[in-house]
Design a protein around this ligand. Structure first.
Ligand code: 3H9
Length: 696
């Protein structure tokens, strides 16, 4: 009988002669919650007290080594023992302790390995310090031990990018001592035997000195001051890595304080909301249950969207039949897909030797009949109901029974599209975001008759494509574009009333958006919005203040943004500079309308823009277009460049509070009572003190 001692439910010690195998078994990802920390500390203390083991090897059960600290504990009162203290106990152990890592060793997981006296990786291992993605920094010795083993540039790179480092690189850089294959327990036993035989050396990481590299530290600090001034933890990372020059206790104390300070920030709360939100959107009954096959996908339309969707499927290993109406369109589609795939190779997303095989899975055709054998068709042609109706009617007669028929429409009524078929239960919306092979959001739009297994297959597709699938109900624009259509008007009103486009952009970039709305407009093409405004001119509500005057005048000059070299900005020489002719147009429009411009503080710009976004987001939750506030938040993080560290519009709304939001809307309504109206849900929340988080 094996000699196994359970230290607690999650940690056991197995004895094999002079060897002690310490197993961590805390599914699903072996996070170092309190019982794991306590059990590990007790295990090491027991072995040292007993003194009859000559070597100990830590390994983990299940699909992966330790994924880090237990994120669910963050924001709650800390429980002892603290992770850095446990790791010091391991590092100080008289019995040498080695560590065998498989799967992913992340954050506290890698830090556990670094506190051991030798590390063995199992083929396929990836290590990383992703704490920055949670608004944190490595807080259990990562900033102290990585520089000692792999140097300051590597420590800065890993902890500032959060990237995964593969086993080969980890070995080259000295983060692991050896690579092996096999079951973690067997590898641990073998490596422990090697320690006893003297063929695997052990040493304490903190006995090493960090090789000096002040240049890397100073340059990185300067770069961060310039590019990430508004972020908290990146600056702390540099400080903590610099402290690795100091003896262990002093360096760890600086790291600890920086970690505690980061933990207290709203950025940490926003990013952890994003971490769990990304997983929560598919943790709903609609995403579970039976699914239909996804062995071959048809894409109709070889434009930017269709090509992007096809690229995304091909990169996920799903063969694609691409349909176009004319040869030149098909050729353009093939060229775009080829360019996208080549781009994936150059960005390191696809191994170069797989390029031809991936492109080989594309079947271009002019015959819609070739869709007879596909499991799912995604229609991505232009946004005209007549065209869509025609296509879905044809698909109904061509596609095999059980095939799913999806439209990539951005706003049209899925129920009307489904009604053109005799199989409305097989129809849903799959709304991708451009560029579709890069953007991670997929709105999965449920029609009135969409079958449960069709909806679940939409979520299965999102998973295969490594996208974040969010359930949406039918309405004009679904979740994202409906909210966008509302709040983008505020940017125009601000300009009409006195702000410059550049001031609006700068203020919102200061808030954390990668690009302000006018720069986004220039990038997407101002003609797109112009066409939409013209198309919807007849439906315009006469009581609503028109937001398109300036943009219309810009477009009338043929200035459509980047693609014409001119829009709100000029793009002649690298960085965009404000277009002076736009300033003239703005002055003229204001004069025509009798508007006396006033000044807006940047704060005011941000408050108005965000309050408008939150108002429509609240309505989208209230009328059920989005299932929960977290679904809206993830749509904005993954589809609209919303700053991740703010968690999403409704997470941000909670930080302001419903009462304050209502007060703001009431104040703005004095200027424009038609546009600014308090959503009933917000009024209720202001009264009863509840939050959007309560509805998640
Ligand atoms: C840290 O370590 C701080 C230290 O430096 C200092 C401390 C003092 N905790 O992603 P999946 C859950 S900070 C708690 O779907 P995959 C996850 O929510 C931490 N729970 O699987 C999900 O739950 P559910 C630094 C966690 O195979 C389930 O596990 N580490 C944690 O696609 C499965 O997860 C990180 O940031 C956690 N740490 O990917 C790593 N991790 O089933 C975060 C996961 O209820 N984790 N869960 O939805 C990951 O990146 C991925 O989970 C991983 C597996 C790559 C490991």
């Amino acid at each position: 009988m094996a000699d196994i001692h359970q230290v607690n439910d999650l940690i056991s010690i197995e004895r094999e002669g002079d060897i002690a195998l310490i197993c961590i078994d805390n599914p699903p990802v072996n996070a170092t919650g309190q019982p794991v920390r306590e059990g590990l500390q007790q295990a090491i203390e027991k072995l040292n007290a007993e003194g009859n083991a000559k070597v100990a090897a830590i390994y983990a059960a299940g699909r992966t080594f330790v994924a880090g600290a237990d994120i669910k504990e963050f924001g709650k009162p800390p429980k002892v023992p603290a992770l850095p203290d446990v790791f010091n106990v391991i590092e100080d152990s008289t019995v040498p302790v080695i560590c065998v890592m498989h799967g992913t060793a992340l954050g506290g997981g890698l830090e556990l390995g670094l506190s051991c006296h030798a590390r063995i990786g199992i083929e396929g291992l990836r290590v990383g310090l992703p704490e920055i993605n949670l608004g944190l920094l490595p807080g259990a010795g990562g900033t102290q031990r990585v520089p000692r083993l792999a140097g300051i540039p590597m420590a800065l790179d890993m902890s500032l990018s959060g990237r995964m480092v593969d086993a080969k690189e980890a070995l080259e850089k000295g983060l692991i001592d050896r690579l092996d294959q096999g079951d973690p327990r067997d590898v641990a036993l073998k490596a422990a035997q090697d320690v006893l035989d003297g063929t695997l050396q052990t040493r304490r990481t903190c006995d090493l000195e960090t090789p000096k590299d002040d240049t890397a530290l100073d340059e990185t600090a300067a770069m961060l001051r310039k590019k990430q001034a508004h972020m908290f933890s990146p600056h702390k990372i540099v400080e903590a890595v610099r402290a690795s020059y100091l003896p262990r206790a002093e360096g760890l104390a600086i790291e600890r304080q920086a970690f505690i300070d980061s933990m207290d920030t709203p950025q940490r709360a926003g990013m952890i909301h994003a971490f769990f939100g990304e997983r929560a959107v598919s943790n709903i009954p609609e995403a579970k249950g039976d699914t239909r096959p996804l062995d071959r996908i048809g894409v109709i339309g070889g434009g930017t969207m269709g090509s992007g969707i096809a690229t995304s499927c091909l990169l996920a290993g799903i063969p694609v039949t691409l349909v176009e109406v004319a040869q030149d369109g098909l050729d353009r589609g093939i060229a775009t897909i080829t360019k996208n795939i080549d781009g994936a190779v150059s960005r390191g997303k696809l191994a170069g030797d797989k390029r031809d095989a991936v492109l080989g899975m594309l079947t271009p055709t002019l015959a819609m009949e070739d869709l007879a054998d596909v499991d799912l068709v995604i229609e991505a042609v232009f946004e005209q109901m007549d065209v869509k109706r025609d296509i879905f009617g044809k698909l109904d007669s061509i596609c095999k029974p059980g095939a799913i028929l999806a439209s990539n429409t951005s706003y049209l009524d899925i129920n009307e599209i489904a009604a053109c078929t005799k199989r409305p239960a097989d129809v849903l919306g799959l709304h991708f975001f451009s560029p579709a092979h890069v953007m991670r959001l997929l709105e999965i739009v449920q029609g009135a008759e969409t079958a449960p297994d069709v909806l679940a297959t939409g979520f299965a597709l999102a998973k295969k494509l490594k996208k974040v699938g969010v359930l949406a109900q039918v309405c004009d624009g679904f979740i994202g574009n409906r909210i966008l259509a509302h709040y983008s008007k505020v940017a125009s009103y601000l300009v009409l009333d006195g702000a410059s486009p550049q001031q609006v952009d700068d203020a919102l970039e200061g808030f954390g958006f990668a690009m302000g709305p006018h720069k986004v407009g220039d990038l997407a093409g101002l003609d797109i919005g112009w066409m939409t405004r013209k198309r919807k001119a007849d439906d315009r509500d006469p009581a609503e203040r028109y937001a398109g005057d300036v943009a219309d005048r810009i477009c009338e000059n043929g200035w459509f943004g980047r693609k014409t070299g001119k829009g709100y900005y000029l793009y002649d020489s690298g960085a965009p500079v404000p277009n002076p002719e736009v300033a003239t147009i703005i002055d003229e429009v204001r004069a025509d309308k009798g508007i006396t411009p006033r000044t807006f503080a940047d704060e005011d710009i941000i408050d108005r823009y965000m309050t408008a976004m939150i108002s429509e987001a609240a309505r989208v939750v209230e009328d059920g277009t989005a299932k929960r506030p977290v679904d809206v938040d993830m749509v904005f993080l993954f589809g609209y460049g919303f700053p991740r560290f703010r968690g999403g519009p409704l997470h941000y709304a909670d930080s302001i509070g419903a009462a304050e939001l209502v007060a703001r809307i009431e104040a703005y309504a004095k200027e424009d009572p038609h546009y600014w109206q308090v959503p009933p849900i917000l009024a209720r929340m202001a009264k009863d003190g509840s939050t959007f988080a309560d509805l998640n």
